[in-house]
Design a protein around this ligand. Sequence first.
Ligand code: MN
Length: 338
Amino acid sequence: MKVGIVEKPGVLKVVDRAEPEIKNAADVKIKVKRVGICGSDIHIFHGKNPFATYPRIWGHEFVGEVSAVGGGVQNVNVGDHVVVEPITFCGKCYACRQGRPNICENVNVYGVHIDGGCAEFVVLPSEKVHKLPVELPWDEAVLIEPFTIGAQACYRGNVQKGDYVLVMGAGTIGLTAAAMAKLYGGIVIVADLVDEKLEYAKGRGTDYIINSGRENMIERAREITGGMGPNVVIDAVCIKKTFEDAVMVTSAAGRIVELSFNEVPSEIAPVNIIKKELTICGSRLQTHRFPVVIDFINQHKLPLSGFVSKTFPINEMEQAFDYVDKNNAKVRKVVITI
Ligand code: MN
């Protein structure tokens, strides 16, 4: 069967591998239909993901049809359409015992630490798959995982009905966070430097847009919120300045959610955290968010129109990565069809 691998940093290849077979009673075999290219896949390709090892079958955003099930599988049958929840965890460490397996000390992500979904077939434990309605188009189903990341950010930021939520960054993750914040009842403001991205965001879960290149983002966000400042700030840009701005702009009792692995320190005076009693938290991967997003997608509530920027067949995987690299400013999601 064909698989897409990052052989080593900078080298992508479609190669032939033996088809995986069911080994355990709890395994399912999936005929993969779509794989989304994530920013983190681009980082793996460029050798900039600190967790990736090589060679690696990339892909953690994947959906497909169940083609075989082990004797003990109960949650799905052959022919079912499924999305994969792409993490494994130990279940024993502190984080797992807290119900937060996404930050398990031994967490493995398919396509990063272990082989992922860019393959004609994958075999994995049935507990990793969620059943989807058969009428849901594959090009929409493949967006579920990115939306779980946005859902996690809202969950970490405890977005409540009526909260003002400022999302910094209108890239893929910023857009999913904005859309989920709206579904949770937030009044959503999105800030970015690129008009094209802001225009896309507008109406798709976003109430207000700010071009932070032309406008003073902090002043404008205060104005929109009647001087209070946003109650939740989701930082999907994650540079030195956006973290610092988040602390300054957030309302009293506000929450700040950081989303990236940036290693550049920000300068933040503790007084600015104390005086408003801010909660600052990280959001990594997702935990228990698949059922939430699948529920919204079943109700046709996710703003998916135009979200997939382009699709490529697996044979043109290199061109697909190149396309994402060269069109970084306008690409939302590029998808590989298998
Ligand atoms: Mn992703």
